[in-house]
Design a protein around this ligand. Structure first.
Ligand code: PHE
Ligand code: FE
Length: 289
């Protein structure tokens, strides 16, 4: 587990020696900062508009209705949004708020925010040369990708329980397992709808290439129905398109499936080997052959 002190040490240097990008000097003990909206430049607002337009040229018919409808209500097309304004609307809808953070934050802090229905959003925007690909999450990924789904009451409740589950997993030694669930649902989740398979995962929704790729039949990537234990035990790729997508039939299914106590999973899975990202196990059905 990463304590805040450990994390502060890694703020100076990550494993590859590069510094985290954000300015952590003004953060409070929960890593919260001011968004300082007035400091964004016109070039940054213009880059946001281009990112927004490109995504919106890809998302109709691919993103789930819940995402599209909430995004349109957020009026975020014209430049980097003011968190405060959307935060009030979000609070009225589902009791969640948005807090501004300098960038990546320690796991403990992240889980505490989620458990209290606060979603941390990074304040800085990528550079123009990072239009298609960015390593650390920026304001476009965090705000455009994640915030719309928090307007959905069932998904909003799932995110809070995930935060509580994170605090519990830290005590039980289940963080590796639980992080996979976040990755394969919140970041890269797909959902079956009456109109076909759709995207709800923020990592895809904010990505240029994966929006199309993840819904294309016949690729080498798997699309299998979400099974919680299987997902907790599946490794993931951080530097390429996903090799497995887990598909749900409804957000209620996601909520109900993750409600049981995970301790038995952690106890069992920590002893064994995780499945590689590209596994298809006996009996599993490829949903997008
Ligand atoms: N039910 C999980 C546990 O007992 C907590 C959890 C809920 C985790 C929802 C993820 C999502 O640990
Ligand atoms: Fe994310």
């Amino acid at each position: 587990t990463v304590s805040n002190a450990d994390f502060l040490a890694t703020v100076a240097t990550k494993s590859d020696g590069a510094a985290l990008r954000g300015d952590y000097t003004h953060a409070d003990e929960h890593y919260v900062v001011q968004q300082n909206w007035a400091a964004y430049t016109e070039e940054e607002h213009e880059l946001w508009r281009k990112l927004y337009q490109r995504q919106m040229s890809l998302l109709p018919g691919r993103a789930c209705d819940e995402f599209i409808e909430a995004l349109l209500q957020m009026n975020a097309a014209n430049g980097i949004p003011e968190f405060e304004k959307t935060s009030k609307e979000l609070y009225a809808a589902t009791g969640w708020t948005i807090v501004a953070v300098p960038g990546l934050i320690p796991e403990l802090t992240f889980f505490e925010h989620l458990a209290n229905r606060r979603f941390p959003v990074t304040v800085w925007l990528r550079k123009p040369e990072e239009f298609n690909y960015i390593v650390e999450p920026d304001v476009f990924h965090d705000f455009f990708g994640h915030v719309p789904m928090l307007f959905n009451p069932v998904f909003a409740d799932y995110m809070q329980l995930y935060g509580k589950g994170g605090l519990k997993a830290m005590k039980l030694g289940g963080l590796d397992q639980l992080a996979r669930l976040y990755w394969y649902t919140v970041e890269f989740g797909l959902i079956n709808t009456k109109d076909g398979m759709r995207i709800y995962g923020a990592g895809i929704l904010s990505s240029g290439g994966e929006v199309e790729f993840c819904l294309t039949p016949g690729t080498t990537s798997r699309h299998i129905h979400l099974d919680i234990e299987r997902c907790l035990n599946t490794l993931y790729k951080i530097d390429s398109y996903q090799e497995t997508y887990f598909v749900i039939d409804s957000f209620q299914e996601l909520f109900d499936g993750t409600a049981p106590d995970f301790k038995p999973y952690y106890d069992k899975l920590k002893l064994g080997e995780a499945f590689p990202a590209n596994s298809l196990l006996p009996g599993e059905v490829e949903l997008l052959p």
